[in-house]
Design a protein around this ligand. Structure first.
Ligand SMILES: [Zn+2]
Ligand SMILES: [Zn+2]
Length: 411
């Protein structure tokens, strides 16, 4: 196995120029979630060149299966980019192009290898939870069932016979090359719509019902509520007044407050979301305006498989020194890989080599060695380890999935 691993690492080095070029091409093709049509075409062209078959999944996603039999290791790669802050453009400011690049390099390196099991490489669309109305339209048309790619794939059974899931993500952590075992927070989405009654603000304010006042009372209540959250749970609530109506001489009859509630653990997340939802609802009622609160699932907090992460770290150490690796970082960000982590042994390691702000217009790839060539090696090395020595943890998946679909996605 050591020889096979070295052979694969050497192959990735031999393919380095092509990997870098593909990575740049992907970075220059940013598309929003469930709109990754050109990215999909690029992936299909490269797979065709290699004689590798794929199946379409979850509208714009693709699934490649290498090898056969048990165990089954899945590698997932996010496909979507983000809107640019300036102008109407798009940018890969979360580095998802690097994940696609790593997954392609992995396929290229493994496609002719004898494998003691199955490797499913899955290009997953629509990780960023944006463009809600567009995704609702796709759901209404039956093109997808859920707003995020991995949620949709879970529901469609893509992971039903998978033993474990590997992923990687660009990291902005300074003074290191990789991170392993980092957490991601989960989040619940809340939106309160307050409908009041417009009236002359000077002559007859008593004839109106001020929706903006209800929104402000709710935001104040949420600010006081923050005392209730245990700092260890990492609860984060940042409500914004996303819509309001009225002019200075008309009582505002419409206001909308939207917020994510984030937390490190599912239990704390749901409890905090209940409290915040209650404030949004009861404050509107107290101010005598019609109140509607919409609650939707975001992503679950990511808890990683320690067993797999031990292997990930061993493979990182083939490429770097101990001091180049950060362990167990606590992130305030979220990802739909968290949903997979709640169902199957899952990991997501981080790699540096990017600069600028994540989700900002200045995000760029600065170290292609670390960001393009190392991640496929770490993935390949860990895949081989997992095929040789499968992990436990898949047991009970069907029951967990049924519960997940019912209580989390069915929230
Ligand atoms: Zn992102
Ligand atoms: Zn991301």
């Amino acid at each position: 196995m050591k020889e096979q691993k070295q052979r694969i690492f050497d192959r990735i080095d031999q393919n380095a120029d092509a990997i870098r070029q593909r990575s740049r091409r992907l970075f220059d093709t940013p598309e929003l979630g469930y709109r990754e049509f050109e990215t999909g075409r690029l992936i299909q062209d490269w797979l065709t060149d290699w004689g590798v078959a794929w199946t379409p999944v979850s509208y714009t996603g693709l699934l490649v299966t290498l090898g056969a039999g048990e165990p089954v290791v899945a590698v997932v790669a996010d496909m979507d980019g983000l809107p640019q802050k300036a102008g109407a453009g798009r940018i890969h400011s979360c580095g998802h192009s690097l994940q696609v690049s790593a997954a392609l390099a992995l396929i290229e390196a493994l496609k002719d290898e004898p494998l003691k099991g199955t490797v499913k490489v899955i290009f997953t669309p629509a990780e960023e939870m944006i463009e809600w109305d567009y995704r609702q339209r796709l759901i209404a048309q039956g093109l997808v069932q859920y707003p995020s790619g991995k949620q949709d794939m879970i529901a469609k059974g893509v992971f039903d016979h998978v033993d474990c899931v590997l992923s990687c993500h660009a990291s902005g952590e300074p003074n290191c090359r990789f991170d392993v075992g980092s957490t991601l927070k989960g989040f619940v989405i809340l939106k309160a719509v307050y409908r009041g009654l417009g009236a002359h603000a000077g002559a007859a304010p008593f004839a109106g019902k001020n929706a903006l006042h209800a929104a402000l009372v709710a935001q104040t209540a949420i600010a006081f509520l923050k005392d209730r959250f245990d700092p260890d749970d990492g609860v984060n609530v940042q409500p914004v007044l996303s819509e309001t109506a009225g002019t200075v001489n008309i009582v505002p009859d419409h206001a909308v407050v939207e917020t994510y509630v984030r937390a490190k653990r599912e239990g704390a997340l749901l409890a905090a979301a209940d409290l915040v939802e209650n404030c949004l609802k009861k404050c509107g009622e107290a101010m005598d305006v019609e109140t509607e609160v919409i609650r939707r699932p975001g992503f679950l907090p990511l808890s990683q498989s320690r067993e797999i992460n031990r292997l990930v770290k061993e493979n990182m150490l083939l490429l770097c020194r101990e001091g180049d690796i950060r362990e167990n970082l606590v992130s305030g960000a979220s990802g739909d890989v968290g949903d997979l982590g709640a169902l199957l042994p899952t990991i997501q390691f981080g790699f540096t080599g990017v600069s600028g702000r994540f989700h900002g217009d200045d995000f760029t790839v600065t170290d292609e060695e670390n960001a393009c060539l190392c991640p496929p090696k770490i993935l390949a090395g860990t895949v081989l380890d997992l095929l040789a020595r499968p992990v436990s943890g898949r047991e009970g998946f069907a029951a967990r999935k049924a519960e997940y679909l019912r209580t989390w996605l069915g929230m």
